[in-house]
Design a protein around this ligand. Structure first.
Ligand code: OAD
Length: 259
C-alpha cells in the first residue's frame, strides 16, 4: 500500500473519527473514481479521433438532434474504451465498506454515482446512477427499451423496431432531466446523512453538484469530506483528502473497519 504524507494520514484519521460517530453516510462519486481504472474523466482532453471535441458537446441532447451519427459513434467509441476496464482499489474499498456495514447492520451507506460505467457494481456495490448507464439503450423517439445485443465496433446508427426512431444510449445528457426515482433517493439520502463524501468529482455539473448543499444545510448539518487530488474550492468542505481515490480509500476503509 502507498505511504501517505503526514498531512494526508492526519486527514484520513479525522475522516475515520467522524465516520465512526455516524449512522448515515452518503457518498457521491464522479469520473475521478474510475480514472485509475483507465477511463478518462470528462474534463480530461480527449484523444485520437475525438481530440477536437469536448465531451460536454457530445453528451448533449441538442448534439444528438443535430447529428445523431456523430454522437452515436462517439458513444460506441467510449464503449470500446470502457468495455475491458476493471474496478480499481477505490471501487473495491467502497464495496467492502458498504457490505461490512450492511452485514453488521451498523450504519447506512448510500452510494450515488454520476458515472455511467458499471465499475461500482462489478466491485460488488449497490449504487444509484444519476446519469444513466453506458450499456443500456432506448429509442430516442418512443422511449422503448432496446435490449438487443449491440456490436460496439459498429458506428452505424440502429433503428427502433417499433417506430424506426434512432436508438440512443440510456444516458442523461446535458439539457435533460435526471431519472425521477434516482434523484428523489439521492436528495433524501443527502438530506438525512450525517456525513457526505464527494469522491472524484469536479462538482460543477448540477443538479448532482447541489447534493452537498442539501447535506450541509439539512437539520443534520452533515460534515463534508472531499477526496480529490485536485481539490475543488468548495468552502463547505470540512475535511479535504487531497489524494487519488485508489490510494486514499483503501486506507480509510481499512482503518474504519478495523475496530
Ligand atoms: P469531471 O471530469 O468533471 O471531474 C473529475 C474529477 O476527478 C476532477 O475533479 C479530478 O481532479 C478528479 N480526479 C482525477 N483523478 C482522480 C483520482 N484518481 N481520484 C480521485 N479524483 C480524481 O467528472 P464529473 O465530476 O464526474 O455528465 O463530471 C460530472 C458530470 O459531467 C458527468 O457525469 C458527465 C459530465 O459531463 C453527463 O454526461 C450528464
Amino acid at each position: 500500500m502507498t505511504q501517505l504524507s503526514p498531512i494526508l494520514s492526519t486527514n484520513i484519521e479525522k475522516a475515520v473519527n467522524c465516520l465512526r460517530q455516524s449512522d448515515t453516510v452518503c457518498i457521491l462519486t464522479g469520473a475521478g473514481i474510475s480514472a485509475e481504472s483507465g477511463i478518462p474523466t470528462f474534463r480530461d482532453k480527449q484523444t485520437g479521433l475525438w481530440e477536437n471535441y469536448r465531451a460536454e458537446d457530445l453528451a448533449n441532447a441538442g448534439a444528438f438532434e443535430r447529428d445523431p451519427n456523430l454522437v452515436w459513434s462517439w458513444y460506441q467509441w467510449r464503449r470500446n474504451l470502457v468495455k475491458d476496464k476493471q474496478p480499481n482499489p477505490a471501487h473495491h474499498a467502497l464495496a467492502r465498506w458498504q457490505q461490512a456495514w450492511q452485514q453488521q447492520n451498523k450504519a447506512e451507506l448510500t452510494l450515488i454515482t454520476q458515472n455511467v460505467d458499471d465499475l461500482h457494481e462489478q466491485a460488488g456495490s449497490i449504487a444509484t446512477h444519476l446519469h444513466g448507464h453506458l450499456w443500456k439503450n432506448r429509442c430516442s423517439k418512443c422511449d422503448a427499451i432496446y435490449d438487443m445485443p449491440i456490436d460496439y465496433t459498429d458506428a452505424q446508427l440502429i433503428h427502433c423496431p417499433h417506430c424506426q426512431g434512432f436508438i440512443r444510449p440510456d444516458i442523461v445528457w446535458f439539457g435533460e432531466g435526471l431519472p425521477v426515482d434516482e434523484w428523489l433517493h439521492a436528495k433524501l439520502s443527502a438530506r438525512t446523512c450525517q456525513v457526505f463524501i464527494t469522491i472524484g468529482t469536479s462538482s460543477i455539473v448540477y443538479p448532482a453538484a447541489g447534493l452537498v448543499d442539501l447535506a450541509k444545510y439539512s437539520p443534520y448539518q452533515a460534515k463534508i469530506i472531499e477526496i480529490n487530488p485536485n481539490p475543488t474550492d468548495n468552502p463547505m468542505v470540512d475535511i479535504q483528502i487531497q489524494a487519488k481515490a485508489g490510494e486514499a480509500l483503501p486506507q480509510l476503509v481499512n482503518q474504519l473497519l478495523s475496530e
